[in-house]
Design a protein around this ligand. Sequence first.
Ligand code: HMG
Length: 389
Amino acid sequence: MSISIGIHDLSFATGEFVLEHTTLARHNGTQIGKYHVGIGQESMSVPAADEDIVTLGAAAAAPVIARHGTSRIRTVLFATESSIDQAKSAGVYVHSLIGLPSQTRVVELKQACYGATAALQFAIGLVRRDPAQQVLVIASDVSKYELDSPGEATQGAAAVAMLVGVNPALMRIEDPSGLFTADVMDFWRPNYRDAALVDGEESINAYLQALEGAWKDYTEQDGRSPQEFAAFCYHQPFTKMATKAHRHLLNYCGQDTDHDAVNAAIGLTTAYNRVIGNSYTASVYLGLAALLDQADDLTGRPVGFLSYGSGSVAEFFTGVPAAGYRDHLRTEANRAAISRRTPLSYAQYRSLHERSLPTDGGDHATPAQTTGPFRLSGISGHKRIYKTC
Ligand code: HMG
């Protein structure tokens, strides 16, 4: 009999601040309908000057450690495309901040927004090899585009931590997986740049082509048929993308694409991404958190996942909520992570956006802004210094 492996716990954290799209629209003269309806976004998280992928990742993971301890975790997979170092994994800083034992392997993974799904699948492989072990998967990203560019309205920041193990309390991940890779330049960020470069229209087409390819492969791997799914969690660079994607999939499968059918499949998954913005690797799993926090009982009802990372790699796979999963959700904490954010004026947002850490190797303290559990207190001799608050 095959063992059940999947997501045992899921927790997320987001930035200290929030920029409302109404504030951005007032600045750039955009009609608010374009943001609220056209791309389906209301606001986006903005990290404080003393937050980064490490502090967000540690803040997401700490509640998982508090609930389950560290004794079974022997691997940390840290997925990000907002890496802070070309050599050292951001996960090693998190390992120390959350008190994991030295008998742990820690590594960073990258393939744009797809990285966390690679981490989840690799974690399942490790657990299958030794079912006594658990793997901590952390997806943490800060999405940054140029000021006054079309991408600016699709920024955001968040981290998701998932504990992967046997007999998962939240969701079993099924074996069939549909894969797709194509070498395209739809979105990329050369090492010397802070902000991503993007061909917006090409990126949407590339996403839809990748969805089609991953779904086709999924069906060839004996996957489920579209009617079997209770809901679909898509990667959401902006929530309207989930609508476009699901309509595309239904069309491809020869199914009805009316508004109600699309909304029933994806509506609940967009609630957190709509107010957090693009959190890259974390986005599809914020979709899962929003779905589980709001849906009526989904026990035993398959949920489809489409993970897309520009460049590009996509994977379609299925998770099945476990009996009793609702007793293990973090709904209140999830809502608090969103509601606790402080709104920024446009000028405050702009000054945070334009800020970068000094590169002269000197001693520099960062302004104390975050009210989160961990902070980047400064940089000294090119070394980032983190503190528990
Ligand atoms: P844009 O040029 O600002 O907007 O680019 P637009 O003119 O295309 O308008 C957007 C939508 O708003 C359109 O609807 C308009 O009709 C509508 P659509 O035709 O798409 O259905 N609209 C309005 N609706 C209501 N009232 C109005 C109104 N005005 C216009 N008054 C774009 C938008 C998303 C391309 C831009 O923001 C961008 O380049 N974003 C970054 C790239 C991106 O997110 N791509 C998504 C796919 S790639 C991906 O998901 C990977 C990624 O996460 C990175 C990774 O993998 O690491 C990005």
